[in-house]
Design a protein around this ligand. Structure first.
Ligand SMILES: NC(=O)c1ccc[n+]([C@@H]2O[C@H](COP(=O)([O-])OP(=O)(O)OC[C@H]3O[C@@H](n4cnc5c(N)ncnc54)[C@H](O)[C@@H]3O)[C@@H](O)[C@H]2O)c1
Length: 445
């Protein structure tokens, strides 16, 4: 599978079930762990849509993990959950029933962004751990409330930006922390798509109606609209429900960058530009969005584009070379940081001065006869072609069992989401913005 397909599969999360079992890295899915019955984790699934059905199918193939019930507001997804798990799986439209069920240890939630905060706060308040999809929050205030609920209850909260469980990102992290890149200078990341599905123009289920969907509850606390199947399927296009390309795609790039570089804070500043350049279908979120961040002095430049296909890539630039990271491979090209040739500036010297400079330079720098010439080594790693959703879920269920803290916890998730909210705020306000920790708000600068 090429990088491009990897990117799409990762971001859409649609084929986790089909792809996971055969493609996941051995270290994660062939764990020969015999799980005693008492050690089984029983989870409740909330949201069985495009991402949720993949998480559900993947989770039930993990050793010692079992689905006890599923919840969705659309009855067609009750049928789907039963097709995935078992025909008599308990299903409901009310997630509170899962939270009240003492046989359920924890929750996996894949609801649209505007529902994340309420589901997470309700779940941890009911004593359940929760895996919640990315972006963690729909707004900075939602994120603050979620961090507070996580601290108050001590429950495990893991957010679903699976880059932190990627073997390739882990290898990059190792190289960076060993100083292989020298001093970090700048990080770039990008992703592009060029087709209607990639731009979220999904086909709504043909039978969808207010009879089989609780449309009123689906809308949550946002201003109510008449039933609209396109909003149900394409909610990412509107800020009332989604978080734009920032929350949908940039959040993966930011989370991966934070993990690899070892940052766990919001950016100091963000400045973004973009527009609705390609998909003029009534959406109110940009389809092209470029943002420059200041991460405590480290410039991070990210580009998202729904009008031109570009495989997801990071280019991490350091004083000792460039590390390029894609879905299943990375390569490091070293740079000596020293002059390889005499300075071209000396072409402006009169001949005598130039000749003297050149003679000295060659004497000091030319390889000595009989001595080995330094040959910088390019490093490259190619991982198995895998889906990092599976190890990410495994980390979560292990944390539920062992209470071991997870990397992508509520604070990490909040910091990553803040970067996305700052990108959106900067785009809409047409000015650079910063995060003010004292007031916990985004400020224009
Ligand atoms: N990690 C990834 O790579 C990845 C990929 C795709 C989507 N996602 C995330 O997953 C989440 C869901 O996205 P999706 O594409 O699956 O959306 P979707 O619209 O396909 O599915 C969401 C489901 O949640 C249900 N739902 C909504 N509110 C609910 C509520 N209050 N109670 C119960 N069910 C409710 C809806 O009826 C729907 O079936 C989003 O946050 C998205 O960003 C993550």
């Amino acid at each position: 599978m090429n990088k491009d397909k990897w990117s799409r599969r990762e971001f859409l999360g649609t084929s986790a079930v089909a792809a996971g079992a055969s493609l996941a890295p051995k270290s994660f899915f062939t764990l020969p762990r015999a799980v005693p019955p008492s050690d089984r984790v029983r989870f409740g699934m909330i949201g069985v849509g495009m991402q949720g059905h993949g998480l559900l199918g993947e989770s039930i193939t993990l050793p010692g993990v079992e689905c006890a019930a599923a919840c969705d507001l659309y009855d067609g997804r009750h049928t789907l959950a039963r097709e995935i798990v078992r025909p008599d799986l308990p299903v409901t439209r009310r997630y509170q029933e899962l939270l009240d069920n003492k046989d359920i240890d924890c929750i996996v939630a894949a609801v649209p962004d505007h529902w994340h905060k309420q589901v997470v706060v309700d779940a941890v308040s009911a004593g359940k751990d929760i895996y919640c999809e990315k972006p963690m929050s729909h707004s900075p205030a939602d994120g603050v409330a979620m961090v507070e609920a996580g601290k108050r209850t001590g429950r495990i909260i893991q957010i679903g930006s699976q880059r932190v469980s990627s073997q390739i990102c882990a290898k990059a992290k190792e190289l960076i922390s060993q100083g292989t890149l020298g001093d970090l200078m700048l990080v770039e990341g990008w992703l592009g798509r060029n087709d209607p599905n990639g731009a979220w123009e999904y086909p709504p289920p043909p039978d969808l109606s207010p009879k089989n969907l609780d449309w009123d509850t689906w809308q949550g606390t946002v201003p109510k609209r008449a039933f609209d199947p396109n909003i149900f399927a394409r909610w990412r296009c509107w800020k009332e429900y989604g978080t734009g390309v920032a929350g949908d795609l940039l959040v993966h790039l930011v989370s991966g960058m934070m993990f690899m570089v070892g940052v766990n804070a919001p950016p100091k500043q963000a400045s973004a530009v973009g527009g609705i350049r390609r998909w003029k279908d009534g959406r109110n979120m940009p389809d092209v969005h470029a943002v420059v961040y200041d991460y405590d002095g480290l410039p991070v430049y990210m580009r998202l584009n729904l009008g031109t296909e570009m495989p997801e890539t990071y280019r991490i630039q350091g004083s000792k070379g460039i590390l390029e990271v894609t879905g299943s491979s990375l390569s490091f090209t070293p740079q000596s940081g020293k002059d390889q040739y005499p300075s071209y500036y000396t072409g402006s010297y009169p001949r005598a001065l130039r000749d003297a400079y050149l003679a000295k330079w060659h004497q000091e720098n030319d390889p000595k006869t009989g001595q080995p010439v330094a040959m910088p080594e390019t490093m490259s790693f190619t991982g198995p072609d895998f889906d990092d959703v599976r190890p990410h879920l495994w980390t979560y269920f292990e944390a539920v069992r062992t209470r071991k803290p997870v990397t992508e916890d509520v604070v990490f998730g909040h910091n990553a989401a803040l970067a996305c909210h700052m990108a959106n705020e900067s785009y809409f306000r047409k000015t650079s913005v910063s995060w003010d920790e004292a007031s916990k708000t985004i400020r224009g600068s």
